[in-house]
Design a protein around this ligand. Structure first.
Ligand code: ADP
Length: 516
């Protein structure tokens, strides 16, 4: 009965509110910002009326237009009322909401951390308020637009389903989804913060927000959201095991019937070698050999690498964290370089990895170029100019960089985990014979396994016809948002219809609806 009511909560089209802390190009620390930028318009193209609620970071307030008050709410987080504003995106004109509370959000740089790299000490309040505001909108705080579904992303919005669970039933009829973009970030805080969150005391429990004596915002979402998704089918299975579960695998196993994996996609407005202003010349799968040769030359010139078209050029664009397995690359680097390899790395993160790569570049200035920092334009040139893009990740929920690499004809060399396993077809005797190979994958997280795979790849690179075939195959594997959005739409429909949205059902329905 409640569900039937919910299904009618919108008008003719299905209304979905996304709660997300990042939105490319204004605020982005990784793939989450890309997803928040691409999924809502892809859903809108399928007639899903989609809006996003964001924290009021200065990067948003400075860029968005037509910022107007929706409501000022008394919250548990501030003495004064907090403004929820509606705004338009300057590029598309789509509506978004901002939680405008400068004491929490008007801080420079990284959305989560202080300039010294440490998490802001009041992050539980910053993202508690954000979750609270998302729940308020879901309960109808904007009288002109009330969603049927609240779709939260990662731990930042993880408390929103808990706030809705705490609300009176008549007000909590919105359906909730939580998407896990990375289970490693669990939003953990000391138990002492719990009273500041203004949740019922009974929610501090294993059946609630408690996580081994602390509070976890992500766990709250995993427990209270009706539907869970993550960003690849393999990762959906992996996170139910202790190896990848970060202590949450038990809970995820109990919720397995409500957990599906839906791959992310590529946004062709941003990533398309046929129309990329960062490349010296455009190219497609037919003109890739010349286009990539020009990109390789431009990349080497820009980075001061000795140009040698015949030398294998490896590209890396990544956060430098243990997740990404780049310590394996650092250990393998002397041998890769000794074998004639070149490396163009762009990234930032852990101090020891930054130092290690910077030292390697100083020792091998002709072969290794390391750019520490964040650089959008250079990331495009690396993906276009590299022969191979390396992602030796220890775990990878989906991974976008390998999808960009496939599209740009830079064959991904990856560890066979998560979304990498789902999107890269290793060049084996079978896949080469079938013509389905698009890259290289290995299992063991060791420098030796990485090196062996690089050697295997280099052997094939020396067979230009095989390599070109693989490149063309890779470039035409369309991982586009439209297919992902169809799956999310099916999920929404199942959810409002009251049926558990298992992977089989969502896929079957999406395929029947033309997702391919
Ligand atoms: P994650 O979300 O774990 O960081 P993904 O592969 O899903 O990994 O997404 C990473 C995104 O961030 C890609 O768009 C990638 O191009 C971009 N990126 C990562 N590091 C940098 C950097 N230093 N400069 C520019 N873009 C970067």
């Amino acid at each position: 009965m409640r569900i039937a009511q919910r299904a009618r909560a919108g008008t003719s089209s299905l209304r979905v509110l996304h709660a997300c802390a990042e939105l490319y190009p204004w605020v982005k620390s990784g793939g989450l910002g890309d997803v928040a930028a691409a999924l809502p318009p892809a859903l809108a193209a399928l007639d899903v009326d989609t809006r996003v609620i964001l924290p009021g970071f200065p990067g948003f307030l400075d860029a968005f237009t037509e910022i107007t008050d929706v409501v000022r709410l008394a919250t548990p987080y501030a003495g004064e009322r907090v403004r929820i504003a509606r705004a338009r995106l300057p590029d598309s004109g789509r509506y978004v909401y901002l939680v405008d509370h400068p004491p929490f959000y008007d801080r420079p740089g990284n959305p989560y951390a202080a300039p010294d790299g440490s998490d802001w000490p009041d992050n539980h309040r910053r993202f508690g308020l954000f979750s609270w505001a998302a729940a308020a909108l879901a309960r109808g705080a904007d009288r002109d637009w009330r969603p049927a579904i609240l779709h939260c992303h990662d731990w930042h919005g993880g408390l929103a389903p808990a706030y809705l669970a705490a609300a009176p039933p008549a007000e909590s009829r919105v359906a909730t989804i939580l998407t896990i973009h990375n289970l490693a970030y669990r939003g953990i805080f000391p138990a002492a913060v719990f009273p500041e969150l203004a949740l019922p005391a009974s929610f501090y429990a294993v059946a609630g927000v408690e996580f081994f004596g602390q509070v976890s915002f992500l766990k709250a979402g995993l427990f209270f959201a009706e539907q869970l998704t993550t960003v690849s089918p393999t990762y959906a299975r992996e996170i139910q095991t202790p190896e990848f579960g970060w202590g949450l695998d038990g809970l995820l196993r109990t919720r397995a019937s409500r957990l599906t994996g839906i791959l992310n996609g590529v946004d062709p407005r941003i990533w398309d070698p046929r129309h990329d202003p960062n490349l010296p010349q455009p190219y497609d799968s037919e003109t890739a050999p010349t286009g990539k040769r020009a990109a390789k030359a431009a990349l080497c010139a820009r980075l001061g690498l000795a140009e040698a078209q015949e030398a294998p050029l490896y590209g890396v664009v990544s956060r430098l964290t243990p997740q990404k397995g780049l310590d394996l690359l650092l250990a393998a680097l002397p041998e890769l370089v000794a074998g004639g390899g070149r490396l163009a790395l762009l990234g930032s993160g852990d101090a020891d990895l930054e130092q290690g790569f910077a030292d390697a570049a100083r020792a091998n200035p002709n072969s290794i170029a390391v750019t520490l920092g964040y650089d959008d334009a250079l990331s495009h040139l690396i993906i276009a100019g590299a022969d191979m893009v390396l992602m030796p990740s220890r775990f990878e929920p989906c991974g976008l960089t390998q999808l960009y690499a496939l599209r740009y004809g830079a064959l991904p060399l990856v560890r066979r985990v998560g979304g990498l396993a789902d999107t890269v077809v290793d060049a084996s005797a079978v896949t080469l014979a079938e013509g389905t190979a698009t890259g290289f994958a290995f299992d063991e997280a060791s420098p030796a396994a990485l090196l062996a795979t690089a050697t295997r790849a280099e052997r094939l690179r020396r067979e230009p016809r095989v390599w070109l075939y693989m490149m063309r195959r890779a470039m035409t594997r369309d991982f586009l948002w439209e297919a992902s959005a169809r799956r999310y739409r099916e999920l929404y429909r199942h959810l409002l219809g009251g049926a558990p949205a298992t992977a089989e059902r969502v896929n079957a329905a999406a395929i029947a609806a033309g997702a391919g």
